[in-house]
Design a protein around this ligand. Structure first.
Ligand code: ATP
Length: 367
């Protein structure tokens, strides 16, 4: 077990034309499960590869435990990495695939190696596959072997690079739980890269969100979800995505009056104070909006999208405004309905996308 500390990590490609990772500092605590998430090309894999020693940092340091490993080769680092494409040796059996790393990096005897492989195979439920070759296995089984190969080494740190992306949706959900169980049982520090915000939210003790190589926010999933520090994080985390409406904000006594350009969205909030008229963006999550009888915002129903347990009601409200409701709420297209939301669920962002109403009071309300 070990902490992993990234200090001002930077990675440039093509002589500095591409900055893949830009001044990222993160400390992953001992035994913690950190998910790293962001859109394609945001620098997730490059960050992970620098921790693994597969990519050399242009600047900054990587520490595993107290040790500065920045200039150490991958082989010398006590980490095990699991890849999306499994990276198994096709001509070796499952047993040989799992034992290979042990042969290279330890001086265990053959019987000790066998014992360890059998222990890991047992843990992954693949004991009966040990004599098979990878091309005789399903995708899910191959990923179990790849996980078993990582476990068998009992590393200080697990690194996962989108390990479940090649699996079908049902298996992916099963394997998520399995990976979490393993990590908890073995209590090994883990960094898990994914582009799937739901995966990042459900698996991580904390999640780190990257955009254009820059760390946007790091925190417990619930904290990031409730208190995104900027518009990007607000929009990236949560599904369906947060609704955003451009509004003019005016001082109204101690409160702030918000109005969209077309006048369809009007709301008064106590969550911020301003001195002069300001252009802001209001962010409201679809699940934070409720259909009410009176006293709210009136809007016309454009589309009702059933997704099983819920309905997504699309409203013509300054934008395509989505409300997530129970599937029993089924207004007809063209109906006028009234919606409302709690002032605490309103996120206000300035023109740079930074949140402006995340005050102490709201943060302590969550705790
Ligand atoms: P994805 O989810 O698509 O894998 P990612 O967030 O993992 O994306 P990276 O693979 O880390 O992103 O890539 C970050 C940026 O660095 C991208 O613009 C990518 O094109 C670039 N990049 C990565 N590796 C190299 C390389 N070897 N040479 C040049 N550019 C690279």
């Amino acid at each position: 077990m070990a902490t992993v500390r990234l200090e001002n990590l930077r990675k440039e490609f093509d002589a500095g034309d591409i900055v893949a990772v830009d001044d990222v500092s993160i400390t992953v605590e001992d035994g913690e499960f950190l998910t790293v998430v962001g859109p394609s090309g945001c620098g997730k894999s490059t960050t992970l590869r620098m921790v693994a020693g597969l990519e050399r940092a242009t600047n900054g340091r990587v520490y595993i435990g107290e040790k500065d490993v920045t200039d150490q080769s991958a082989r010398k680092r006590d980490v095990a990495m699991v890849f999306q494409n499994y990276a198994l040796y096709p001509h070796k059996t499952v047993f040989q695939n799992m034992a290979f790393g042990l042969r290279m990096s330890t001086d265990l005897s053959e019987s000790e190696r066998r014992e360890k492989v059998e222990w890991a195979a047992d843990m992954m439920g693949i004991g009966e596959l040990l004599e098979q070759k990878p091309d005789e296995l399903s995708g899910g089984q191959k990923q179990r072997v790849a996980l078993g190969r990582a476990i068998v080494r009992e590393p200080d740190v697990f690194l996962f690079d989108e390990p479940l992306s090649n699996l079908d949706a049902k298996l992916r959900v099963e394997m998520r739980t399995e990976i979490q169980r393993l990590q908890e049982e073995l209590n090994i520090t883990a960094i898990y890269v994914t582009h799937d915000q739901e995966e990042a939210m459900t698996m991580g003790d904390r999640m780190a969100i990257l955009k254009d190589g820059v760390l946007q926010q790091i925190g417990a999933p619930k904290e990031v979800y409730r208190h995104p520090v900027n518009e990007f994080v607000g929009g990236f985390v949560g599904s369906p995505s947060m609704n955003f409406i451009d509004v003019l904000a005016r001082p109204a006594g101690d409160a702030v009056a918000l109005e969209s350009e077309d006048g369809s969205f009007r709301y008064q909030t106590d969550s911020a104070t301003i001195d002069t008229e300001t252009q802001l963006t209001a962010g409201i999550r679809p699940e934070d909006v409720h259909v009410v009888d009176t006293d709210g915002i009136d809007a016309t129903v454009d589309v009702v999208e059933p997704v099983g347990s819920d309905n997504y009601i699309h409203l013509d409200l300054a934008t395509d405004f989505i409300v997530r409701v129970d599937s029993h709420v089924e207004p007809a297209i063209g109906d006028r309905i009234t919606v409302d939301f709690d002032d605490r669920d309103l996120h206000l962002f300035d023109p740079d996308g930074e949140v402006v109403n995340a005050d102490e009071q709201r943060l302590s309300a969550l705790a």
